[in-house]
Design a protein around this ligand. Structure first.
Ligand SMILES: *Cc1c(COP(=O)(O)O)cnc(C)c1O
Length: 450
């Protein structure tokens, strides 16, 4: 069979409130054309993010009921520990409330003025936490990453030659660790190959620098390795995940992605001394070491999520869904970042709304156009998000796909809506900002149509 169906059936449903174009027009006006200010109830298909919006399985919900809420030594913690040791091969880990809490603890300990952190591409909270300590965050993506239509199987790879050049320039003593983000969110959910990870590891070994993963989408990365990297076709996702983590000295993880939960994070550290110091910080701001700011039920749901996320049927369906939506947009003539990544499709808004110049926010115009036409919520990643002092290299609109939440007919609807708006793209109007805060303006800025 060519059709890859959703490998689950539905036991509990959440109604979608259908709105009319007239309703949505009024809603958009009230929200001053900022979709972050629209209520979830007023959205038909919500593709704002893939973070924390996963549908949990019946086993995860059963785990929620079983959760042990003991302050110290919760059974749910030990269940999670068993799963992590088995899947990732780490003895020492701590739960945190989400990925950025892990980042804050790690960079508090190893960052600081004069330090430099290389990454294939820092995610925005990672960069913010690095810079908050006074350290410098350096992105070392391969050149293909910034060419939207160039197909490369592992467009998330780190530029190893650039890493060596950076180490030669600043000196290994100023680099407390090298970080690799799998998959590379910033460049479009693009994977990193095992070969590249091994090459980065070899450089780290040469200079005795630890290697950490930002492993939010480790399972999606493993699936790409299996399907695209020579020698991995017969390996299970679990084996590939194990191999990926065997190359690392630690990892920060937002479990809101491949942990298949609505809240939670992890910090994995091999070095016992660094782990001890991190535990002390965890206790200071997150919670005791066996819960780290989460409830026992959250730990239980995460443990089960980490088991389900590496199932072959799940990953095959997950990556195919994203690719399916990408193919439909391409066949409608819409330009996207190619090839489609793991968790999102990125529309090239400069091409989609080519009559709108960057200073009139073509991405925001497309976001509003999709909402008005079909109640779809997407996210601008372009001149609005970059802020007034930066010129982004691309004007993008991200359609992020929540895990296990929507079916193929929902994606057909999204593709049809995108094609429809694209056919009438000349009607999209540019935007101007009427009010915005000085930083992170995309969350609260108010717009008017030109
Ligand atoms: C989401 C994300 C984070 C931050 O995690 P939160 O749970 O949102 O704090 C860090 N890195 C990457 C690559 C992410 O996608």
């Amino acid at each position: 069979m060519k059709t890859i169906i959703e490998p689950f059936r539905i036991k509990s449903v959440e109604p979608i409130r259908m709105t009319t174009a007239a309703d949505r027009d009024a809603i958009l006006q009230r929200a001053d054309f900022n979709l972050f200010l629209v209520h979830g109830q007023d959205v038909i298909i919500d593709l704002l993010t893939d973070s924390g919006v996963t549908a949990m399985s019946s086993e995860q919900w059963a785990g929620v009921m079983r959760g042990d809420e003991s302050y110290a030594g919760s059974e749910s913690f030990y269940r999670l520990k068993g799963v992590i040791t088995d899947l990732m091969g780490f003895e020492h880990f701590m739960p945190t409330h989400q990925g950025r809490a892990s980042e804050r603890i790690l960079f508090d300990l190893i960052g600081g003025r004069n330090k430099v952190i290389p990454n294939n591409a820092h995610f925005d909270t990672t960069r913010a936490n690095v810079e908050h300590t006074g350290a410098e965050a350096v992105n070392l993506a391969i050149p293909e990453a910034s060419r939207p239509r160039e197909r490369h199987p592992f467009k998330g790879n780190m530029n190893v030659a650039a890493l060596e050049a950076l180490i030669a320039k600043v000196g290994p003593e100023r680099i407390p660790l090298v970080m690799v983000t799998i998959t590379n969110n910033t460049s479009g959910g693009q994977p990193v190959s095992m070969e590249n990870l091994r090459a980065v590891r070899a450089v780290c070994d040469r200079f005795r620098i630890p290697l950490f993963l930002d492993a939010c989408r480790f399972a999606e990365n493993a699936w790409f390795v299996r399907t695209r990297e020579p020698g991995y076709a017969d390996r299970s996702p679990r084996e590939i995940v194990r191999e990926m983590f065997s190359l690392a000295d630690g990892a920060t993880i937002s479990a809101k992605k491949d942990g298949l939960v609505n809240i939670g994070g992890l910090l994995l550290i091999r070095d016992p001394d660094l782990f001890k110091r991190a535990s002390n910080l965890l206790i200071l701001t997150e919670g005791f070491v066996t819960y780290g700011g989460l409830a026992g039920r959250d730990l239980e749901a995460m443990a089960q999520g980490l088991i389900e996320v590496v199932e072959e049927d799940y990953l095959g369906y997950r990556i195919r869904s994203t690719e399916y939506l990408g193919e439909k947009l391409l066949s409608a003539g819409i330009s996207i970042i190619e090839p489609p990544g793991g968790h999102a499709i990125y529309i090239d808004a400069a091409h989609f709304a080519s009559h709108i110049p960057a200073e009139h926010f073509p991405g925001q115009a497309v976001v509003c156009g999709l909402y008005r036409a079909a109640g779809i919520r997407s996210c601008e990643i372009g001149s609005v998000m970059a802020g007034p002092h930066m010129r982004p290299s691309m004007e993008l609109v991200r359609l992020a796909l929540p895990r296990r939440m929507y079916t193929q007919s929902h994606f057909d609807y999204v593709a049809e809506a995108c094609a429809e708006v694209y056919a009438q793209r000349k009607e999209l109007r540019g935007m101007r900002i009427i009010e915005a805060p000085p930083v992170l303006r995309h969350f609260t800025a108010r717009f008017a149509e030109i």
